[in-house]
Design a protein around this ligand. Structure first.
Ligand code: UD1
Length: 359
């Protein structure tokens, strides 16, 4: 009989990561999909399910908004109830959001095997809510699926050495599966009247950059001063602060609603530069061969920096301007994130350990 895997997702990047893994698992496992509701706007959630042809969640817990503690606590209560109502042989969580931590705690407290995809990432900045979510999730996981060797080393430093599997990065699987579809289906460049290389793509959503008006204003001021058009799809929390500040975009800045996965891939592939505080986009820009200027002081994706394709600049205007005008990657890309078959490797490990009982 097939074992039951309960997948817990809630935020935009988790839909991207879960899609290839769910596809790989489907012949061997019954998957029960829980959406916590952390992201709930059409453009932050449903569009990803449609584009990647994911089936609708079996449970949508409808828990979006609120403070971090409240959001995580409400998710824990509802995920625990849902796990009690289904038979779960294993719970699968992704990344580092509040949905990840709530799912991990619910599984651990119910004594259910827990698998963490994108395990071992560290920024070593405990002020980031995501860092707390990563550390705690890793410490209660049974299967730690790491995307890189650095992630494996980070876990070893914390004394975690069992249940670790370096499988590569499932976001690379997702990118390979979807890029040609995106090229066929996305009309975004035509719609916006853009051509390859004539704009930079910017995104900003991290709490550190959106809860502090001075940091956000510094970024907006830097964007205004760059000698290029800037296309800036705006996350709802960032839009909220921009509106509260009464900031009006400069002529070179185009503010957009959040983009779906196909459009954001095309916008990244054709940009002259990516300016972002997103983790996923640091990797995607590397994989697509577009330079990335990261609007943070540190990153979990350190190999993109040492490979020379990512520059950490924080929010300082002159550092951003300097990086944009005088820095270009000088070498090619190495295969840092696996071979595009990470989801398949996860399936094989879970079949062996759960299905065949070799655990
Ligand atoms: C979350 C993750 C972050 C991840 C990001 C991806 C945590 C701690 N953070 O940040 O790691 O990189 O998702 O995008 O889990 N909102 C809407 N509509 C939506 C979603 C959110 O209006 O569809 C609003 C919320 O009500 C809230 C704000 O945006 O006021 C922030 O949303 P939240 O889910 O708390 O965190 P993110 O900033 O999206």
């Amino acid at each position: 009989m097939k074992k039951n895997i309960v997948t817990i997702v809630g935020a935009r990047p988790q839909f991207v990561k879960a899609a290839p893994v769910s596809r790989a698992l489907s012949p061997d496992f019954n998957e029960i999909l829980i959406h916590t509701g952390q992201h709930y706007d059409y453009g932050m959630s449903e569009v990803f399910f449609r584009e990647m042809e994911m089936r609708s969640p079996d449970f949508n817990l409808g828990i979006g908004g609120g403070s971090h503690g409240e959001q995580t606590g409400r998710m824990l209560i509802e995920v625990e109830k849902t796990l009690a109502a289904v038979h779960a042989d294993c719970v699968l969580v992704y990344g580092d959001t509040n949905s990840t931590l709530a799912g991990a705690l619910a599984a651990a407290k119910a004594g259910i095997q827990l698998a963490h995809v994108e395990s071992g990432l560290r920024s070593y900045n405990r002020a980031m809510p995501e860092e707390i979510n990563r550390v705690l999730t890793d410490h209660v996981s049974n299967f730690l699926f790491c995307p890189t060797d650095v992630a494996v080393e980070n876990l070893a430093k914390e004394g975690i050495t069992d249940g670790i599997f370096q499988v590569g990065d499932v976001m690379y699987d997702a990118l390979l599966h979807n890029l040609s579809l995106a090229r066929q289906r996305s009309q975004v460049l035509t719609q916006l009247g853009l051509k390859k290389g004539d704009y930079a793509l910017a995104t900003v959503h991290r709490a550190a950059n959106t809860d502090d008006p001075q940091r956000l204003l510094s970024l907006l001021d830097a964007f205004r001063s760059l000698p290029t058009r800037i296309v800036f799809p705006v996350h709802p929390r960032t839009r909220g602060l921009i509106e509260r500040l009464g900031w009006k975009p400069a002529p070179n800045i185009l503010l957009l609603e959040p983009l779906g996965y196909f459009d954001i891939l095309i916008m990244q592939e054709n940009a002259n530069c990516i300016l972002t505080d997103s983790g996923g986009m640091q990797k995607e820009s590397y994989l697509l061969g577009v330079r990335c200027i990261t609007l943070r002081e540190e990153t979990e994706w350190v190999e993109t920096v040492s490979a020379g394709w990512n520059k950490l600049v924080g929010v300082d205007k002159s550092a951003i301007l300097d990086a944009f005008t005088s820095w270009h990657p000088s070498s090619g890309q190495l295969p840092l994130y696996g071979d595009g078959h990470s989801s398949e490797k996860i399936r094989e490990i879970l079949v062996e350990k759960l299905q065949n009982g070799k655990w």
